[in-house]
Ligand binder design. Structure first.
Ligand code: AMP
Length: 580
């Protein structure tokens, strides 16, 4: 069995192909979305998902999130006394999803399709494969998120020929893909996007503007009062969601210790404030849309359906802007949080050759231009640093292209190939993704020729081969030098470090999640309103202490219901304490 995994910036999900279509796999607390948050509590126990997200509000330095943004970079994150790479942090989420799938199917699961933003570069894709390996997966395919969503929609909506635009705004990344559907085949015509644009930027923007009103910058506040910022972010996240339905919300401001004072210091934020603050962020969706349309040689009017993917497309402002650009209402008849995982399950099923996906065909593209640095003679001066594209952006993959370069000087024995990704004329404005040397070039005049072949595979991984034309000598190079991707030895050592972490038995995950949520809400309630919740928490602790399964389950349910009321319900008695 191969499962499909959406490894998201804020939430992750796993899915499989059922009898009548793709289905999500519930996690240990019975939910389909697992927050991409990890933490280690004071006893050294690893927390992943909802428990970690609740724990993060109270103990931000013992937890971390948004690590997908750093995939492929050399950024270590400290949690408690240990440090972890983004690959390791992602592997913890993947391991949790793996255990959920194994519990669901009652069998070991070894293979997965994992999705990534279409705009992820070589480094980020390799880091995702490494994360999968650390979690014990054989990663069968790295699949682009919008392509995955198109597969889910293709499967769901049937055959009719049409042109789709997949608009995918997640927690941290933005992708837009244009997909043509004809005769059951899905052809991605063009993809574009931004790796640093997502729902979290809108939340941070609210927080930053509120702190400004208190004469603080968010960067400073994060350094000096991390707990305050963490709790404010949580309030801003709620506000962001509510502002899609309401004209005004009150954001509770924590004090510098991160607690809510009894006086209830809150600031009103209106839809107009939100729109004014976030307009610059929202404008950034325009240029990837324009690029994708241009590359697909289509205009706005050619798009039949705009499909929304990613939780951040629930923002009213996003829907309004799309509607303004296309004069068409975007659709989201599949849940935007779940559709990518469902599509990954469809791709997994294509691998397994299941009858249900019988003649479904999908083709994808390489979303950016790949090439090398060359010198040019301008006038009679040799000038360096020009970008020579070898694979142009939005070429259908897999693709293999060759181009020829030559030596500049007589008797030049070696040439350095510097590999770049990007759209600029000069390499200094593009991203360097690799570098290697071709040596043993035969002695002779300038102009010795070398063929450079780029091969970009279905996972979006680039391989390069250089051939000295006169001798036939070949140098093969998978981009690894700059990819900071982990070597097999590093992956083994990461696995060992993971094994040393205390992972809680899965059947206790639900208790953990409820406890962490209860502790967070307890602190949020004004002291005079804490009694009832305090008693429930103690009852639950008592039941766990005595290991009475029945009582544990009863208390957990009661506690869960009470917490739901505290957080959501409009007309309960407890809600009179809720400042919302
Ligand atoms: P994803 O990475 O697709 O899980 O998207 C998560 C992002 O969607 C986060 O930034 C959330 O804040 C955002 N999000 C989820 N639900 C809503 C909502 N109802 N309104 C606004 N943003 C939302």
């Amino acid at each position: 069995m191969i499962i499909g995994i959406d490894l998201g910036t804020t939430n992750s999900a796993a899915a499989y192909m059922g009898q009548d279509g793709p289905k999500l796999i519930p996690n240990a607390v019975g939910e389909f979305l697992t927050p991409s948050v990890v933490g280690i509590d004071t006893t050294g126990k690893l927390l992943v998902g909802r428990a970690a997200r609740d724990y993060q509000v109270l103990e931000p330095t013992r937890c971390t999130s948004l690590f997908k943004r750093y995939m492929g970079m050399e950024k270590l994150t400290r949690i408690g006394s240990q440090t972890f790479s983004p690959e390791q942090l992602s592997s913890m989420v993947l391991t949790s999803l793996k255990h959920d799938a194994e519990a669901f199917f009652g069998t070991k699961i070894h293979e997965a399709v994992i999705t990534v933003p279409a705009y992820f570069n070589d480094n980020q894709r390799k880091a995702t494969i490494a994360a999968g390996q650390i979690a014990g997966f054989d990663v069968k395919r790295i699949l682009n998120e919008p392509t995955s969503a198109a597969l889910a929609y293709g499967m769901h909506d049937g055959r009719g020929d049409r042109v789709l635009m997949i608009f995918d705004l997640g927690g941290g990344t933005f992708d837009v893909s244009i997909v043509e559907v004809f005769d059951g085949a899905l052809e991605v015509k063009a993809s574009s996007g931004e790796c640093f644009l997502g729902g979290e930027d809108f939340t941070t923007c609210i927080a930053s503007n509120l702190l400004k009103q208190k004469s603080m910058s968010i960067e400073q506040a994060e350094l000096k009062h991390p707990r305050m910022v963490s709790r404010l972010m949580q309030q801003c996240e709620l506000a962001k969601r509510k502002l899609s339905q309401e004209f005004q919300v009150a954001v509770r401001m924590p004090n510098i210790e991160g607690d809510f004072d009894e006086g209830n210091d809150s600031i009103a934020v209106t839809v107009d404030d939100f729109d004014a603050w976030t307009d610059r962020i929202l404008q950034r969706i325009d240029s990837p849309i324009r690029r994708a349309l241009g590359d697909a040689r289509l205009t706005r009017d050619d798009i039949d359906q705009i499909l929304l993917v990613g939780g951040a497309t629930r923002m009213r402002a996003v829907v309004d802007r799309i509607q303004k650009i296309f004069a068409k209402k975007p659709q989201s008849h599949l849940n935007p949080d779940e559709v990518v995982a469902l599509g990954a399950a469809v791709q997994a099923s294509l691998f397994s050759g299941d009858a249900i996906v019988n003649d479904l065909v999908v083709t994808d593209v390489c979303p950016f231009t790949l090439g090398i640095s060359i010198n040019k003679t301008i006038g009679d001066q040799p000038m360096s640093g020009y970008f020579m594209p070898i694979i142009n952006r939005n070429t259908t993959i897999p693709v293999s292209r060759v181009d020829r370069v030559s030596t500049m000087r007589p008797n030049q024995r070696a040439i350095e190939i510097q590999v770049y990704q990007g759209e600029s004329r000069m390499v200094k404005d593009n991203l360097q993704i690799g570098r290697f040397e071709v040596t043993d070039i035969p002695l002779g005049p300038a102009g010795q020729e070398i063929d450079i072949r780029f091969t970009y595979d279905l996972n979006g991984i680039l391989e390069i081969e250089a051939t000295i034309v006169t001798t036939g000598k070949k140098v093969s190079h998978v981009i690894t030098q700059y990819s900071k991707s982990l070597s097999p030895a590093q992956i083994r050592s990461a696995i060992t470090q993971m094994q040393s972490l205390k992972i809680h038995p899965r059947d206790e995950a639900a208790n953990d999640a409820v406890m962490k949520r209860a502790e967070r809400l307890f602190k949020e309630l004004p002291p005079h309103a804490r009694n009832q919740l305090g008693q429930l928490i103690e009852g639950f602790e008592g039941a766990m202490e005595l290991q009475e399964k029945h009582a544990i389950a009863e208390f957990r349910e009661l506690l869960d219901r009470t917490l739901d009321i505290l957080e959501n319900d409009g007309d309960s008695e407890i809600d009179s304490y809720n400042p919302w």
